[in-house]
Design a protein around this ligand. Structure first.
Ligand SMILES: [Cu+2]
Length: 213
């Protein structure tokens, strides 16, 4: 729990473990590189003898080979997780067939959520424990919808329909914000996700005024 993720949803946990792995590898790489620098700083401190200069020149090649080896090893390790993570944002078949589909339109500087019955709102309200599929686009410039505590987000691109999904098992209220700099009102482009119990959601949804077609 590095920055307080609220959700126990499976995709959120996977993102968190991926994030933790990158932090751990980055920490190891940082410690190795800085220790190496300090070692060389002492070992090859200014000396005037020719033998020391020749030795330093030979060591440069060793350093280059070692750097490539470390970089290659780290890339080899992270490629598996990186490629696996690409599949995380793709909704599984059951989410596409039986999930709650909501259209999301970004504009400077607000979000609109359109429900299956045509009702639209500036907030997102969903039932807990259900797959929610967001079909995201933009009316003007590129935005990016982001729910930090669920580790869910995708770009809102004009002329495109980008799909993201989540399943939040617990009720609560979460911040939704834009994470793509989109103009002078960008910082204020946030709203809320309200996760209700399934029965509370049903009674909320059944009372909605349906927008005129
Ligand atoms: Cu924006």
């Amino acid at each position: 729990m590095l920055y307080g993720l609220a959700s126990a949803a499976p995709t959120t946990a996977t993102w968190q473990s991926l994030f933790n792995l990158y932090v751990e590898l980055g920490t190891v790489a940082g410690v190795v590189v800085i220790a190496w620098l300090l070692y060389y700083l002492v070992k090859y401190r200014a000396r005037s003898s020719m033998a020391a200069k020749v030795e330093a020149k030979e060591e440069t090649w060793k350093g280059a080979v070692a750097t490539l080896a470390v970089t290659g090893t780290v890339l080899f390790i992270v490629q598996f997780q990186t490629f696996a993570s690409f599949g995380l944002i793709v909704p599984p078949p059951q989410a596409l067939t039986s999930g709650l589909h909501i259209s999301v339109v970004g504009r400077q500087w607000s979000w609109t959520f359109i429900y299956p019955n045509g009702y639209s709102s500036g907030n997102l309200t969903v039932p807990a424990g259900q797959d929610v599929v967001l079909n995201v686009t933009s009316r003007d410039v590129t935005h990016s919808i982001f729910i930090p505590s669920l580790a869910v987000g995708i770009d809102a691109t004009p002329g495109r329909n980008n799909v993201i999904w989540f399943n939040q098992p617990q009720t609560g209220t979460f911040v939704i914000r834009c994470r793509e700099l989109c103009g002078i009102g960008h910082a204020g482009m946030f709203t809320k996700l309200v996760v209700l119990t399934p029965s509370a959601y049903q009674s909320w949804y059944s009372k909605l005024g349906v927008a005129k077609a």
